[in-house]
Every structure is written in structure tokens, then in C-alpha cells.
Design a protein. Sequence first.
Length: 176
Amino acid sequence: MPTQAKIDKVAALKEQLAEANNIIITDYMGLDVAQMTKMRRDLREQGVTFFISKNTLMRLAAKEAGFDEMIGLLNGPTAIAVSNTDPNIPTKILFDAKREFDNVKKPEIRALFIDKQLYDGQAAERIAKLPSREILLSQLISAIEGPISEFVGTIDGIMRELVGTIDALARKKGED
């Protein structure tokens, strides 16, 4: 018979999973307390919740929240990062931590869920290398704005030439 504390914990985990846009499943074994504290602080500053929970409770919460693919990934020492930020923010922090803590090669990202879509650890690495959402949007705007600016410049040049030609014709008529 499950205790009320465990039932409440599963309900809280289920709520966290259901509300999150991004969920990252990591292996944290080998990190010392100072490394774990620094990584948690870096994640928290970006609005990411990073926690360790019993795999059995996490499996129950994942099943209730509709993350059936997650159940098989919850083996061994597991930590979960949950956020509603851009997916590359928490993955970038975790990969930066992995580079910084190169003596242990942890945290290791097992999987990443973006809007309930499962991606493996290799995809998470590619996502971590993407620029932020703001940079991508500014690049998109630049790509759209460039041809439009060139078109406006071309039309402006044509209009200046036309006005110049009409002005020259008017002066020539005035001289005649």
C-alpha cells in the first residue's frame, strides 16, 4: 500500500512533467557536491528545475503524464531537468557543465523531450549547439529584410533616374 507522501510526490512529479515544454533525462553519477550545486544554480538562474527522484516514483508519474517512452530511460542514477524555456538553454548548460567537469564526463544526457517528442542524447547535443531563439529570430528577420531592402533601393534608383530624365527633358524643352 503506497503512503500518502509517495502519492503526493507522484502527483507533484506528474504535474511538473505535464506542464513542462522541455524535459531532459540525465545521468549525474560521478559529480561531486560542488559540481552538482554549480550546475543546479546555473540551471535555476535560467528558469530550469533540476531534481533527483526515485525512479519508481518517476516511472509512475511519467506513465500518468503520458510519457510512456520515458519509463525505459529511468534506470540507474537519474536526474531530471524540467523547463518552459527554449530547449537549447538547459541542454547548453548541461553540455557546458560536462565540458567543465571533464574529469567525470557527466552529466550525460540520455534523452530530451521537447513538447512530448522524444530525442536521444545525440540530438540533444545538436540542440545545445543551436543559437538562442532571439538570435535565430534576428537571423530570420535579416534574411527576410535583406531582399526587401535591395528591392526598395532598386525602385528608388529607378525613380531617381526617371525624375532626372524628366527634369532634363523639361530643361531641354525650356531651352528650345
